[in-house]
Write a protein that binds this ligand. Structure first.
Ligand code: GDP
Length: 178
């Protein structure tokens, strides 16, 4: 960890293949959109320093790097993660229907206090929408997790979604250490 950082957080990205996880991560960590992403095997992660109130937090965000295609995500992927960004594609209903399975997996492997942020990505493709925004919001309310629609392509709400998750992680961990 950098000397100037107060905390290091690990958070994971999960969701079906092709929903836009790696592009969300490259937006957040490098502020660029990767047009042709070639998923490689093996976990990838990126760091970014974020200021939360008076603290400097180093967020370490893990990406499945295509492993979700082979159901090869194991408990080590979730180990030590304080947050999870659960992503679906608003233009592919099946990716929304898979959320139940991903939530079960998160609750099985993840820390009980893990902060979960539900993200409906590809909001720029509204003409191809198969999942209404209200459905995403409704599920998030039911599960007690936060929700946002994003577009990695247009860079809409990406920063906001990551920062919301990181701020909540900070809140949970600082309450724990009181
Ligand atoms: P992953 O498998 O979940 O990591 O998904 P990728 O990040 O590799 O993205 C899958 C495909 O969706 C790629 O062709 C991306 O260019 C595209 N994509 C990702 N995010 C967006 C978005 O917000 N809008 C649109 N239109 N396409 C996107």
């Amino acid at each position: 960890m950098d000397d100037e950082c107060d905390y290091l957080f690990k958070a994971v990205l999960i969701g079906d293949s092709g929903v836009g996880k790696s592009n969300l991560l490259s937006r957040f960590s490098r502020r660029e959109f990767r047009l042709d992403s070639k998923p490689t095997i093996g976990v990838e992660f990126a760091y970014r320093n974020v200021r939360v109130r008076d603290k400097l937090v180093k967020a370490q965000i893990w990406d499945t790097a295509g492993q979700e295609r082979f159901r090869a995500i194991t408990s080590s992927y979730y180990r030590g993660a304080l947050g999870a960004m659960l992503v679906y594609d608003i233009t592919r209903r099946s990716t929304f229907e898979s959320l139940t399975k991903w939530l079960e997996e998160l609750r099985h492997f993840g820390d009980p206090d893990m902060v979960i942020a539900l993200v409906g990505n590809k909001s720029d493709l509204s003409e191809a929408r198969e999942v209404a925004e209200e459905e995403g919001r409704g599920l998030a309310e039911l599960e007690g997790i936060c929700f946002m629609e994003t577009s990695a392509l247009k860079n809409t709400n990406v920063e906001e979604a990551f920062l919301e998750m990181i701020t909540q992680i900070h809140r949970v961990t600082s309450q724990k250490s009181l």
